[in-house]
Design a protein around this ligand. Structure first.
Ligand SMILES: Nc1ncnc2c1ncn2[C@@H]1O[C@H](COP(=O)(O)OP(=O)(O)OP(=O)(O)O)[C@@H](O)[C@H]1O
Length: 479
C-alpha cells in the first residue's frame, strides 16, 4: 500500500516538476526543485520533503504560485502541498527525520513545529568560523573586550544610542529595541558601542550565545557556503545565536543573495525573541539597494543615531584616552586639541596619540606650541588627501559600489549619477583640468565632465534626495 502511494506521489510530483521546469530558469530548478523528494500522497494532499527549514521558506517566498498552479493541474482545485523538513544529524538518531508544515500563500512562514530549537537537532553543524576539518560547536563571540560601556563616553551626540544599548544589554530580546540599529558617520563609535553591548550581555548572561560579525565577513561566509554547498549549515549556525551583532550592514547593499539569507536568519531570530543589533553608516531611509522587506525590518525596533560629539564630549573622550594611557597633559592643551580636531572620534584619538608619541620620542615637554604643530600637521594632512582617487573612493563607498563600477561604461542611472558626482567633486576640490578629471574618472573627455558638473548643479537645485547625497559626501571632504 505504501509503495503504491509512494509511486503515485512520485508520478504526481514528476508531472509538477515537468511543468515547473518549463517555467523557471534551469539553475533555479536545479537548486530549488531537484533536491525535493515526493514522499506521500493522500487524496488531494501531496507531501514533499525539503532539506531544511530555509529551503521551505525560500520555496514559499519565491515559488508558491507556480507550485500551486502545478499541483492544481494534477490534483484539482482543492490540492494541498505539505512540507516535511528533513532534520539531519539528529541526536542519537542517524536517520533523518522530518518536521511537517503546510503550504501557505504567504501565510505565516513559521509554525509551532518549527520553533523547536535547532540546537538540539543539529549538534554537528558546520561553524563558518572554524577552519574546515576542525570541529567546534562552541561559538566564539568575536567581541573585543577593550570596547566597553565604561570607556564609551556619553554626550548629547550619542546619549540615545548608548542608553538604548544599555537597555538592550540588560534585557536582550526583551525590549522593543529589536533590532537596535545604530547609525552615524565614519569613526563616531558605532563599532565600539556594538561591541560594548555584546561584552555587557556576556557579563550579565554568560550562557547566552553572542556573536559579533561584520557584514563583510558575513557575506564572505555566505558566498563560501554556497560554493561549498553548505548553505544549510551556514543558516543553522546563525539560527543558534541569541544575540547577533552585525556591523556595517550597509555592506549588504546590492548583494541580493546575502540579503535574502540574512532576511531569513533575521526573521528566525526575531520571531524567537533573540536580539539583533545592527550598525550602519546611514539611516535606513538613506540605504540604497537594500530590499524593502529588509529595510522595513530594520525599522521595527529602534534606529538610534550617533552624531559628531560636541566639544565638551570631545574633551571627555580625550581625557579618557589619556587616563587609559597613564599620560597627564595640561587642560589647555586638551582643550586646544578638542577644539581643533572636529571630524570624528577616530581622528581625535589619532591626534592625541601622535602628540603623545611626538613628545615621548623627542623627549619634549607637551606644550601648547607642540600641540599646535601636531594638530596643524594632522589637520593639514587630512586636507591634503583630497585627490581624484580619494574622491572616487569616497563617492563609490557612499553608493556602495567599487571604483571599477563607478568608472565603467554602464548607462545605469544611479551609476551615471555617482560618476557625475565624482567628477563634480573632483572639479571642486582638486586643481585638475576637466580633461584630466575625465581621463581619470572612466576615461571620458572634458565635455563629459563639464556636462556632469552642470547636471549635478541642476540636480542639487531640483532634487531633494539628491541634494542630501551631495551634502553627505561633501561633509566627508570639508574638514
Ligand atoms: N563616545 C566615545 N567614547 C570613547 N571612545 C569613542 C567614542 N566614540 C568613538 N570612540 C572611539 O573612536 C574610535 C572609532 O570608533 P568606531 O570604530 O567605533 O567608529 P565607527 O563609527 O564604527 O566607524 P566606521 O564607520 O569607520 O566603522 C574607536 O577607537 C572608539 O573607541
Amino acid at each position: 500500500m505504501l509503495e503504491y502511494t509512494n509511486k503515485n506521489a512520485k508520478s504526481v510530483w514528476n508531472n509538477c516538476l515537468n511543468f515547473i521546469k518549463d517555467n523557471i530558469q534551469e539553475q533555479a530548478f536545479k537548486t530549488w526543485f531537484e533536491p525535493i523528494q515526493a514522499i506521500e500522497l493522500t487524496e488531494n494532499a501531496l507531501y514533499i520533503q525539503v532539506p531544511s527549514q530555509f529551503f521551505y521558506e525560500w520555496l514559499e517566498e519565491h515559488y508558491v504560485k507556480i507550485l500551486k498552479v502545478a499541483l492544481t493541474k494534477e490534483l484539482g482545485a482543492g490540492a494541498k502541498l505539505l512540507y516535511k523538513i528533513q532534520m539531519e544529524n539528529a541526536i542519537g538518531n542517524k536517520q533523518p527525520y522530518t518536521d511537517q508544515l503546510p503550504s501557505t500563500q504567504r501565510a505565516p512562514v513559521r509554525t509551532q513545529e518549527l520553533d523547536v530549537p535547532v540546537q538540539n537537532k543539529n549538534p554537528e553543524l558546520k561553524n563558518p568560523f572554524i577552519i574546515p576539518g576542525i570541529r567546534n560547536v562552541k561559538i566564539e563571540s568575536q567581541l573585543n573586550s577593550n570596547y566597553s560601556f565604561d570607556n564609551f563616553l556619553e554626550g548629547d551626540s550619542n546619549r540615545l544610542a548608548r542608553s538604548a544599548g544599555l537597555a538592550v544589554s540588560n534585557k536582550p530580546g526583551g525590549t522593543s529595541f529589536n533590532p537596535l540599529l545604530i547609525f552615524g558617520g565614519v569613526g563616531l563609535g558605532k563599532t565600539h558601542l556594538a561591541h560594548a553591548i555584546g561584552v555587557e550581555i556576556k557579563d550579565l548572561y554568560p550562557e547566552k550565545t553572542v556573536l559579533y560579525i561584520s557584514a563583510e565577513v558575513f557575506t564572505q561566509q555566505y558566498v563560501d557556503s554556497v560554493r561549498k554547498q553548505t548553505r544549510n549549515d551556514f543558516i543553522y549556525f546563525y539560527q543558534l545565536i541569541d544575540v547577533l551583532i552585525v556591523d556595517d550592514i550597509q555592506f549588504l547593499s546590492g548583494k541580493s543573495g546575502t540579503q535574502d539569507v540574512f532576511f531569513h536568519i533575521f526573521n528566525h531570530l526575531h520571531q524567537n525573541g533573540k536580539q539583533v543589533i545592527l550598525t550602519s553608516d546611514k539611516a535606513p531611509v538613506d540605504m540604497q539597494d537594500i530590499e524593502q522587506r529588509l529595510l522595513s525590518r530594520f525599522k521595527w525596533g529602534l534606529s538610534a543615531e550617533i552624531q559628531n560629539p560636541d566639544v565638551d564630549t570631545r574633551i571627555e573622550i580625550l581625557k579618557g584616552i589619556l587616563y587609559r594611557d597613564g599620560v597627564s597633559m595640561p587642560e589647555e592643551i586638551i582643550e586646544y586639541v578638542a577644539q581643533n580636531v572636529k571630524t570624528n572620534v577616530r581622528e581625535l584619538e589619532g591626534a592625541i596619540i601622535s602628540l603623545i608619541a611626538q613628545s615621548s620620542f623627542n623627549k619634549r615637554e607637551i606644550t601648547l606650541e607642540l600641540a599646535k604643530q601636531v594638530v596643524d600637521k594632522f589637520v593639514k594632512n587630512v586636507k591634503k588627501e583630497i585627490t581624484i582617487d580619494y574622491i572616487q573612493k569616497v563617492v563609490s563607498d557612499y553608493f556602495q559600489m567599487d571604483t571599477e563600477t563607478l568608472c565603467s561604461k554602464t548607462r545605469k542611472r544611479h551609476i551615471v549619477q555617482a560618476r557625475q558626482l565624482a567628477m563634480f567633486f573632483a572639479k571642486k576640490y582638486t586643481k585638475a583640468s576637466l580633461a584630466n578629471i575625465g581621463s581619470e574618472i572612466g576615461n571620458r573627455d572634458h565635455a563629459t565632465v563639464l556636462h556632469a558638473c552642470k547636471t549635478i548643479d541642476n540636480l542639487i537645485e531640483t532634487d531633494k534626495q539628491f541634494r542630501k547625497y551631495h551634502d553627505d559626501i561633501n561633509k566627508k571632504f570639508s574638514i
